[in-house]
Design a protein around this ligand. Sequence first.
Ligand code: AMP
Length: 552
Amino acid sequence: MSTPATPFSSLGLHPVLLEAVHNLGYEVPTPVQAAAIPPLADGRDVLGLAATGTGKTAAFALPMLHRFAEEPGTRAVTGLVIVPTRELARQVARAVLSYGKQLGVRVLPVYGGSPMGTQLRALSRGVDVVVATPGRALDHLNRGTLRLDLVRTVVLDEADEMLDMGFQEDIEALLDACPVGCQKALFSATLPGRLRRIADSVLAEPVLVELRPKKSAAGARPDVVQIAHVLRRADKGAALARILDLEEPDAMLVFCRTRLAVDELVESLVARGLRAEPLHGGMSQGQRERVMARLRSRSADLLVCTDVAARGIDIPHLSHVVNFELPNSPEAYTHRIGRTGRAGRKGRAITFISRRERSVLSRVERAVGTKIPIVPLPTLEELRDAHLRRLKLRVSEVVEMGELDAFRRVVADLVDESGLDPMDIAAAALRALHDEVAPDESDLEVGPPISNGPRKRDQRRDMGHPQGIPWAQIQIDIGRRDRVRPGDLVGAITNEAGLSSRDIGSIDIVERCSFIEIRADAVGHVLDVLHRVTIRGRPVRGRPARPKPPHR
Ligand code: AMP
């Protein structure tokens, strides 16, 4: 177990900022935030040894905004963040704005390569926080278009990078232009000698924020196989679908950093036909307990959760942990993967990272003392092979079980009446079985968005729509794996909701859910009715289907 987390509310931040982080779905401060926010909000200088991925941006942005909230109203720049690259300038500016929107803070990213004119106009209208790369900031300073004489807080972000890029003189010139006594914070992943000397000369009695990950025995988990995949963000959903398809986990926890990310992922997984459920701190205790009970009784097997909500989950059959987003500290990584590989069973921990997050992964490896190999995602070819292997196994089992006389007669009839080859018949039967269980490959595509045309539909029902009636589609959470057939759905809707079969359009049954077209004016009524019935022994949950994402 990790130590109980400090709540955001204990950090002394302005209530508007507490609301902002709550609305962004942050549940608790990261370790860097818990350590750096109080001294910074208090006006102290800080030397923060924190790399990207630790939540360091909010660690300096929130106190900067806190000080802004306490003393707003100047028309001058009061906060300056100096960063090494334009990407970071844009990213940090976006973050500052997202935390400070309700305070009416005006934030401007300033970097080389973007038109000077736009920046000049914004600066002349008045800006509270400037997030700048050193060269361009100095440019503006020398032209007199950026004034730093009323700055209250300067942050040097990724200071080691800036030194490596040769920005030392520019940074010194910028610091010289700020008031002597202003608050200064320096954040850096590493502290080489050169940087230490700058820190010593620039910072006044700084509070040192340094989180040495403890190498704990809990980090070494021989019973958990740990791997990572390097992926583009847009491919993570398909990657998860591939893993689910190939590995057929008993039960899986998928981790995101925030409540919002959890909700978004659940929604996109459900749209892919996967029965995923959320677990986060924004849910009531009762809701969380119900989800946990479903996991325990195996009626739920795919939970998407935040670190806080998953704390202490102890489910022996939990076979997989997926880090859909990297955790904010190595301790959180250890804690996440510790949910699997319990009670003497083997577990698998799979971490998704972007190319830029490789360094974060290395830090996790050092902290947990385990190599986490980066391996390629399972290919579609491997998935197909796995399906065929399972088919063979299944067929052998059925042959073993016997009682095949009725089916033998069908084969004999096909041979006699249609002159078909028994090998072709067997292959066709396998194919039909395969098509029943294999997922739609368009859901598994990674890489640039590829349009694979519309999903396969049950063509028989595509005919005979009454003309001129608007149609709508509903989605329900039972599908092929529940052995549901079109007839079950038509039956439930006609018998229970009183619709005629002509009020029902095409039916598309995919692995874990089904899409049903019905008269648009009957959607509410049909959903109400379906929520009260069971189909194939299962309670049903449904909702209006969303328009398909463009890559479908
Ligand atoms: P950073 O290290 O500043 O680049 O932040 C890494 C990521 O963590 C960003 O996507 C933030 O939105 C997210 N983040 C920052 N603080 C928290 C928090 N307290 N809880 C959850 N996510 C956070």
